[in-house]
Design a protein around this ligand. Sequence first.
Ligand code: MG
Ligand code: MG
Length: 603
Amino acid sequence: MRTSIATVSLSGSLTEKLTAASRAGFDGVEIFENDLLASPLTPEDIRARCADLGLSIDLYQPMRDIEAVPPEEFARNLRRARHKFELMSRLGADTVLVCSSVSPLAEDDDALAAAQLSQLAQLAQDFGIRVAYEALAWGRHVNTYDHAWRIVEAAGHPALGTCLDSFHILARGSDPKDLEGLADIPGEKIFFLQLADAPLMAMDVLQWSRHYRCFPGQGGLDVTGLLRHVIAAGYRGPLSLEVFNDVFRQAEAGPTAVDAHRSLLVLKEAAGLAALPAPVVPTGAAFVELVTADAEPASALLGALGFARTARHRSKPVDLWQQGEARVLVNTGPAARRHGTSLAAVGLESPDPAGAARRAESLLAPVLPRRRAPGDAPLDAVAAPDGTELFFVATDPVAAEGEPELPDWRADFVDVPHQDATPHGVTRIDHLALTQPWHEFDEAVLFHRSVLGLHAQESVDVADPYGLHRSRAVSNADGSVRIALGVGPAPTDDGARAQHIALATDDVVATARAFLAAGGRLLSLPANYHDDLAARYAFADGELETYRELSILYDRDAHGEFRHCYTHTVGRVFFELVQRDGGYRGYGARNAPVRLAAQHAAR
Ligand code: MG
Ligand code: MG
């Protein structure tokens, strides 16, 4: 099915919006009237621009407060409509959206509404235009899709149909029974389908709609279920996104359009309308890669944590540091970024690296060159929305009999003589916490869910002394891949987004002591924090004193316990040592405000 997007969903001038929609791969657009009014382009220019960009103009919108009004008012409305139909003829748009009236002049009279909409449709037909009548969730008398359809049916005009909008329908409640009536609408009378999701919020529905709509899959409405009903009814028109959102209004149009198109691809797949390469869920974190202009601070920190520098890249200034199954690459090559030390890449273990890359590419993830240098193992890699490079590496590159061997990233590294540093008990990478650009948070969650097949937990809000930190974790089923995606004020020196690498240990007290003995510095916590712990939990003798001494934080959930502490920050990056016991599933969110305050204070 064809895809379309309302220009109101993107930021910028009309020209910028059209360009972004075309580049992201949309087939058409809805022209939002205010975008046209504010544009220096004539309707003929816009028509030509769309044609050049390969975009059809699927809808002109909106026309408001038309129906069920006194005769003299309706005469004025018809005059206004005639002007708009002339304009649409110049644009080459053949469908207009009419929203149910919110005017105080509108009467609660379905027969009058049907008669006047029929007259409007007759005028539209003279211009070769169709009228799609939509129930606004806050319409004065008509605010449900079935009510709008009854009026359209009563009018019985061939140029009058209905427009279904997932937000207006789903925002009114979640009873699946309410959707059953969709099957009663003949498919050819559904002139248009607008799709939007929204996070579940208890608030005035008009404010909710104007500010918090988001792309399908990014909120809590069952857009997939609704789409299935509409398809079952026989609708074959475009799937069109109409999203009013304060964040997208400010974000760059290009990336937003890609995010938007990805959401439609995922929706089509979920509704059984399109087949994409199946997700290949990663099975572990093979490595993380830090880039830095100066390897010394990161190397000192890794050394104190008990990592050993075990290998060096054949051709590039990249060191491999290892402890247990935790591997950190330190790259001082030209990739070193503006922001000092940062986390540039993650190696995800995959049972099918090529399949994982095909899935990512089908969902519009930028594919990175397979070989970064001649002689390197040809690895499949894509860029996440925040620019982090994701490498898909073979879980087990040793080929079975008769199978081609998969490229092994480790083959690019040559062992270097190293003192077997006494390991400090780190076993593997527990999770990564990646702060996202403020306008890409919802996109990042959808990306990791849909591209990597990870499961997203609920979003949590955490108080930061200088703002609000939101966090949403994505993980695979057994927790061997965990990524906490966040957005919030930066506790780093240069205002850059912080990133952290959490390392698993079976004994955080022993690991923390070994780290301190090796010259490491832990983030110190206020005494008030541990006083509060004493009030909340009964600890064994001396346990709390140890946590106080080592600045260890503590949390508990229905499954188990969590003990964790933090290193100082190098560039954008810091490490966390974590001990999970008894199946604890969280990330210590309850402790995050104290940690964030301590990091701000430490600057
Ligand atoms: Mg709408
Ligand atoms: Mg953490």
